[in-house]
Design a protein around this ligand. Structure first.
Ligand SMILES: NC(=O)c1ccc[n+]([C@@H]2O[C@H](COP(=O)([O-])OP(=O)(O)OC[C@H]3O[C@@H](n4cnc5c(N)ncnc54)[C@H](OP(=O)(O)O)[C@@H]3O)[C@@H](O)[C@H]2O)c1
Length: 300
């Protein structure tokens, strides 16, 4: 297939491009630095600065992952605007491409996150669970709405509510592993908050599943079937490294240090991939222990 990918140079996009390159797909990537995209991604891709620049190509599907990193800097009002605006701009650019193509693609798989649900305490969260209103929810809602507006009779739009993506050398494990290796890791606050997670390889397989599944319209929870609390995550990560994790970072210290962004660490959702499982998707990494042990084994 001919697939346009925004955010292809990122942590998820790189793995997706490598997976699809091996399957023989033609990859057209959108990057703010198209000259560097090939080197970053590591497999042959056609790179251009905007999705609409691919209007001269035949496009079967689009994956839309681009956006300012959520955890880069404190959420000032300006930064919050940037987080939303970067995602809306990338999504509208994809919309312009779809409108201008003679034959629009059949499917768009667009990003979102577990933050869509906001703070849900310990209740189980499926795609049907009403969200809690907070900044992370508004960000994801606007991103999803912009993507869903592009759905037509010819093109289905799936929004993937991605959990914390785990793998080596990127995502949340990048800053955490060195600390835990030194034995100075620990839980955050009471540790009861849920952390939906997904192994990067399973996330790539989920996107591939949606590329090939017949009915994909709407929202899909893209997290492993066994989300864990922060305390459990801390214990399992420490065990995978054979280190203790004796410390506790009090919630008020995290709040003082990070401001509103601390919600991402101190609250969460016990998000379950209800729709994916009902559709027959099977996770290669269903438990955190298997995911982290494999990541450490490969790192050794
Ligand atoms: N990683 C996770 O744990 C996680 C969890 C939930 C949701 N997500 C979402 O899933 C998507 C992919 O995640 P990821 O970890 O692969 O992200 P990432 O590594 O931060 O990469 C995202 C890509 O977006 C582009 N980008 C960055 N800032 C931008 C800006 N201000 N304006 C336009 N484009 C910008 C960059 O591509 P160029 O520099 O080539 O333009 C970058 O490679 C993200 O939107 C993220 O919010 C990720």
């Amino acid at each position: 297939m001919n697939i346009v990918i925004t955010g292809a140079t990122g942590f998820v996009g790189q793995a997706l491009c490598q997976y699809w390159h091996e399957q023989g797909h033609t990859l057209m990537v959108v990057s703010r630095q198209p000259d560097k995209a090939h080197a970053t991604i590591g497999v042959p891709v056609m790179a251009r600065a905007a999705a609409v620049d691919f209007v001269d190509q035949s496009v079967d599907a689009i994956v839309n992952l681009a956006g300012e990193p959520i955890f880069n800097r404190r959420w000032s009002e300006d930064q919050k605007k940037k987080l939303i605006a970067s995602r809306l701009k990338a999504t509208r650019d994809v919309g312009e491409l779809c409108q201008r193509l003679e034959q629009p693609p059949k499917r768009l798989i667009s990003g979102s996150a577990m933050g869509y649900y906001g703070d849900q305490g310990s209740r189980e969260v499926t795609e049907q669970t009403p969200p809690h209103d907070e900044f992370a929810h508004r960000l994801c809602r606007e991103w999803e709405e912009a993507a869903q507006q592009l759905a037509t009779d010819q093109m289905q739009v799936a929004c993937i509510r991605i959990g914390l993506v785990l793998d080596r050398d990127g995502g949340m494990l990048k800053p955490m592993r060195p600390m835990f290796r030194l034995g100075v890791g620990g839980r955050l606050g009471k540790g009861q908050q849920y952390m939906p997670w997904v192994h990067r390889h399973d996330l790539v397989r989920i996107i591939d599943f949606l590329l090939n599944h017949e009915e994909i319209q709407g929202a899909w929870n893209a997290g492993a079937p066994a989300p864990v609390t922060n305390a459990e995550f801390t214990r399992t990560l420490a065990a995978s490294l054979n280190r203790p994790a004796p410390f506790v970072m009090p919630g008020r210290v995290v709040s003082l240090a990070l401001g509103e962004m601390s919600q991402l660490l101190l609250t969460g959702a016990r998000m379950l991939p209800a729709r994916l499982e009902a559709a027959g998707f099977r996770f290669e990494y269903p438990t955190l222990e298997k995911a982290l042990t494999t990541i450490e084994h490969r790192a050794a």
